[in-house]
Design a protein around this ligand. Structure first.
Ligand code: TRP
Length: 454
């Protein structure tokens, strides 16, 4: 196949790509999910299982997505169509790309509302609003916030505006520049917060919670949890890595970059745990995950700790930065697709961002005015969360694995990966036989069709 060129430009260097991709993978999941699932499921033993899942399933799949993107040099639908035609496969494979892009936009629509919570908490924290409050009182703060659609709308709009502003500036001036600034800032903030938490106490229990290995806790269910999280945390199945791969210079090693990104993602997850759990234990607060942890438990921890206003503000700033660098990665594939069809980047970013903003408004309403409206037993927010995470992403992941593992000629793969024959063979064997089974299990588990019965 002749070498294509991306019409969107390229990352300036492998460092630029590394920071952008790290920004894309490090998100809310690293902060509010990993430390908890590790703590609940065997600590250090879970970490080991999780690392195996990352290296055996996550990394090969990330390589597959990057490879597709770089070979097709375009947005996910365009890259899929280009490669399918070139390999003599049928065009409808492009539908996988479209499906991936759609999943990304749906996720962005509620990610932005959650990031909006983060902005509001940053502001409250800076004003010392939850100083001295206990967990029940903070619970009240959170439900009051969700009872105010206009307030949620304000922050959601601000966050979407920032996301659109970055994406409309393009690959180098927008995505890469923002990542060069925000990703190091995020890691510095997490480290500072980790040190602060260590000084405030509770560190021993937090370390034991996250790292003390309990191998007896590992069973089929725990492996499925680790697999599912490894997949989600690497932002696979949304076309993001395909789009980011399309801007990867030819000479950069896909395997090496994937490994670094996986390591950076894991580092962020561990740092988050070290920043969060000492405070939780020191304050004798309930151990939780997700929004409950970040928006009801932690404010009360910061509300009682020394200089809690300052460090609380820094914590929510870190959360917002993590969300922002993921949000631009969720918006980019759709925008790139439209640009390829002749739209100017600024207009495409504005219109797609506007559409996502409207969807986000539905999420906002589902917290208050529409909280009684249930679709298949879920609110709009619950439905989107479930539909994307449990269905769309694993399906896309599975189809990508099948496409790259079985539909592309070995010669093309070798050319793109530029690894030794033996290394490509190992990767391909894993991609053909291990990854699809793992993805299928993730899917069946997410759909509730297996209950850890393996
Ligand atoms: N990996 C992100 C997290 O850990 C969430 C996510 C899933 C994502 N798919 C994505 C982010 C695609 C950006 C792009 O929270």
């Amino acid at each position: 196949m002749r070498r294509l060129k991306s019409i969107h430009g390229e990352w300036s260097s492998q460092g630029g790509f590394f920071l952008a991709a790290t920004g894309a993978v490090v998100g809310l999941g690293n902060i509010w999910k990993y430390p908890y699932i590790a703590g609940q499921n065997g600590g250090g033993a879970f970490l080991l299982v999780y690392l195996v899942c990352l290296l055996l399933v996550g990394m090969p799949l990330m390589m597959a997505e990057l490879l597709l993107g770089r070979r097709g040099r375009g947005s996910p639908p365009a890259a899929f169509r280009e490669i399918a035609m070139d390999e003599g496969r049928c065009r409808p494979w492009a539908a996988v790309g479209i499906f991936a892009v759609a999943a990304g936009l749906l996720i962005l629509s509620f990610y932005s509302v959650i990031a909006g919570w983060g902005l509001d908490y940053m502001w409250m924290s800076a004003r010392g609003e939850y100083r001295g409050l206990d967990a029940t009182a903070v619970q009240g703060v959170f439900s009051r916030l969700n009872d105010e659609p206009w307030r949620l709308l304000f922050w959601h709009s601000l966050f979407m505006a920032m996301t659109v502003a970055v994406v409309s500036r393009g690959v180098r001036q927008g995505l890469e520049r923002a990542s060069r600034l925000f990703v190091p800032a995020l890691f510095i903030l997490l480290s500072v917060l980790g040190l602060y938490a260590a000084v405030e106490g509770g560190v021993g229990r937090a370390m034991a919670y996250m790292f003390e290995p309990d191998f007896a806790a590992i069973d089929g269910k725990v492996v499925l949890i680790a697999l599912g999280h490894a997949f989600f945390t690497l932002s696979l199945g949304t076309g993001t890595m395909m789009a980011y791969g399309a801007y990867l210079p030819d000479r950069v090693s896909i395997a090496r970059m994937s490994l670094w990104v996986v390591l950076a993602d894991t580092l962020a997850a561990l740092l988050s745990g070290i920043a969060i759990y000492p405070l939780v234990f020191a304050g004798h607060l309930p151990v939780m995950q997700g929004p409950g942890l970040v928006f009801t438990v932690l404010p009360s921890a910061f509300g009682h700790a020394r200089c809690g206003d300052l460090f609380g503000t820094l914590f929510y700033a870190a959360l917002v930065l993590a969300a922002l660098t993921s949000a631009i990665a969720l918006l980019e594939p759709a925008v790139a697709w439209w640009v390829e069809r002749g739209k100017s980047r600024a207009k495409a970013a504005l219109w797609v961002g506007g559409g996502v903003w409207v969807l986000g408004v539905m999420t906002i309403l589902s917290f208050n005015i529409w909280s009684g409206v249930l679709i298949l037993g879920h609110t709009w927010f619950g439905l989107l969360d479930m539909l994307t995470g449990n269905l769309m992403l694993p399906v896309v992941g599975l189809l990508i694995v099948i496409f790259v593992g079985w539909m592309i000629a070995g010669r093309s793969l070798r050319q793109e990966l530029a690894l030794s024959r033996a290394a490509v063979r190992v990767w391909l064997t894993v991609l053909r036989y291990v990854t699809p089974v793992a993805m299928l299990l993730v899917l069946l588990n997410a759909l509730g069709l297996i209950r850890g019965g393996i």
